[in-house]
Every structure is written in structure tokens, then in C-alpha cells.
Design a protein around this ligand. Structure first.
Ligand code: HEC
Length: 253
């Protein structure tokens, strides 16, 4: 019985432990709303304009996005498709959202692979993404000139800097209980304002993250449903097994 409780506790803790791998910087709440089509449409536009030069969504087709987000196909062609084929024509609306960046080139330019983002929100979670995209800060020691509060020594440049502006991190020194010194980021200070105010930028990033969450969502919804059934089954099974055991052992002493 004790063991079972322990296992249950460990299973319950697993998501917490996995989600906390962000170097101690507290995550801000993304508060995305998948029902908000306007927000999703704005997010999609941002993604194709600012992210798809490097990242792909290779499990998603443009026309599926257009349909899910309620964007008419002709407008989707105009607003979402910037990738061209070998003849220089825009790719067809039924194409997967891949881009033309070669892995080898990415490796040379950024020193790392550029991850596909279709399932990114499932891997990192919305709050992590929301915090990540808002916490790039100036760092001379990095080849890109920036670092990130939740992704230490990230290889990605701050591609949204024109919107957000450039900020410095306020760093505080602290001691752990063994007396070792550490540094942590406690805030930011804008040194060069961008075209957006702080709240405007937060909203734009929220739209973008909303879109990323939507991308990973169809499968996520299924998984969550399945997870509930599995847990229900386990709960019922546990009760049955417990009484069965009691029944079997009641005369044995
Ligand atoms: C100039 C190329 C480039 C652009 C444009 C770009 N990224 Fe990146 N991105 C990268 C690289 C390179 C990495 C890998 C960083 C690493 O592993 O150190 C990365 C990593 C990421 C990660 C972390 C992936 C992980 O490891 O979990 C996220 C999230 C991300 N990018 C989101 C975005 C979003 C959203 C946009 C658009 C606003 C964007 N990126 C635009 C180059 C780019």
C-alpha cells in the first residue's frame, strides 16, 4: 500500500519536475485562449512573418490552418504563404508548412539544428514559450549579442527585437544554504525601445503562443481524453484489486 502511494505521488510529480527545467527563472502565465480566432489569426501571421524563415511546421498544411482559423483560402494564400518552390512561385495551399532552410546551413549559421515547431508547445508548454519570447536580453559574450532568461546560451537571435526593443537583465547575486554564490535574473530594463509598448508586445507574443498551442493541440486534446480514461480505469481497478485481495486473504492468518 505504501509503495502504491509512493508511485502515485511520483507519477503525479513527474509533470511538475519536467516543467521546471527552466533554470529557475519564474515563468509568466501565457493565458492563451484557443477559442479566440482573431488572436490565432494574428499569431499565424506573426509566425509566417517572423519565424518561418528559420523554423518549419512540417506536420501542418496551410489549408488546414486556414480552415481551422476561419481564414478564407485566397486571403490565406496572400497572408500566410511566403515560401516559394523551385520556380519561384508561391507553394500551393495544400503544402506542408516547411521552409527551404537546409539543416547543414542552419548548423553552420547557428551552430545547432533549428527545431520544427509543430509540437513545440507540447514539449515546452505555453508559459515557457510566452516567457522565452519576452526574456531575450543583451549579452556581449554571445555570438548573437543576446541571451535568454529561460534558455541559457540560446542559439536563436532575438528576432522580435524591433517590436520589443532591447533590454538589459538586472542580475542579483545570492547564496544557497551551503554558502555558494549564484546569480539570478530579477528583472529587465529597456535600453532601446521597440515599436511596441510593453503591453502591446505581451499581447502580440500571447497571440503567437496561442497559435503555437493550437498547432500541437489536436493531438493533445486526444491524449488528454485518453489520459482521463486511463486514470479512471486505474482508479476502479485499484479498488477492485484491493477488495479482491481482502477477500482472498481474510481467512489466512
Ligand atoms: C534566424 C533564425 C531564427 C528565427 C527567425 C527564429 N528562430 Fe527560433 N530558433 C532558432 C535557432 C537556431 C534555435 C535553436 C537554439 C538552440 O538550440 O540554442 C531556435 C530555437 C527556438 C525555440 C526553442 C526550441 C527548443 O529547444 O525547445 C523556440 C520556442 C523558438 N525558436 C521559437 C521561435 C519563434 C516563435 C520564432 C518567431 C518569432 C522564431 N523562433 C524565429 C533560430 C530562429
Amino acid at each position: 500500500m505504501k509503495k502504491l502511494i509512493l508511485i502515485a505521488i511520483l507519477l503525479g510529480l513527474a509533470p511538475v519536475v519536467l516543467a521546471s527545467g527552466h533554470g529557475g527563472y519564474p515563468l509568466d502565465k501565457a493565458d492563451v485562449d484557443l477559442e479566440n480566432k482573431d488572436s490565432l489569426q494574428r499569431g499565424a501571421k506573426m509566425f509566417v512573418n517572423y519565424c518561418m524563415g528559420c523554423h518549419s511546421m512540417r506536420y501542418m498544411r496551410y489549408n488546414r490552418v486556414a480552415k481551422d482559423l476561419g481564414i478564407p483560402e485566397d486571403i490565406a494564400k496572400q497572408d500566410l504563404i511566403f515560401v516559394t518552390d523551385e520556380n519561384g512561385d508561391k507553394v500551393k495551399i495544400g503544402t506542408l508548412m516547411k521552409n527551404a532552410m537546409r539543416e547543414k546551413y542552419a548548423k553552420e549559421a547557428f551552430g545547432t539544428k533549428i527545431p520544427d515547431l509543430t509540437l513545440e508547445a507540447r514539449v515546452r508548454g505555453a508559459d515557457w514559450l510566452y516567457t522565452y519570447l519576452r526574456t531575450f536580453y543583451l549579452d556581449d559574450s554571445r555570438p548573437t549579442g543576446v541571451n535568454n532568461a529561460v534558455f541559457h546560451n540560446v542559439g536563436m537571435p532575438h528576432v522580435l527585437w524591433k517590436l520589443q526593443g532591447l533590454q538589459k537583465a538586472k542580475i542579483e547575486e545570492y547564496e544557497d544554504h551551503e554558502g555558494n554564490k549564484h546569480h539570478r535574473i530579477v528583472g529587465f530594463e529597456m535600453v532601446q525601445p521597440g515599436t511596441m509598448t510593453g503591453p502591446e508586445y505581451d499581447k502580440a507574443v500571447r497571440d503567437l503562443v496561442n497559435f503555437l498551442v493550437y498547432m500541437g493541440e489536436p493531438v493533445k486534446l486526444e491524449r488528454m481524453k485518453l489520459g482521463v480514461y486511463v486514470l479512471l480505469f486505474l482508479a476502479v481497478f485499484f479498488v477492485l484489486a484491493y477488495f479482491l485481495k481482502k477477500e482472498y486473504w481474510k481467512d489466512v492468518h
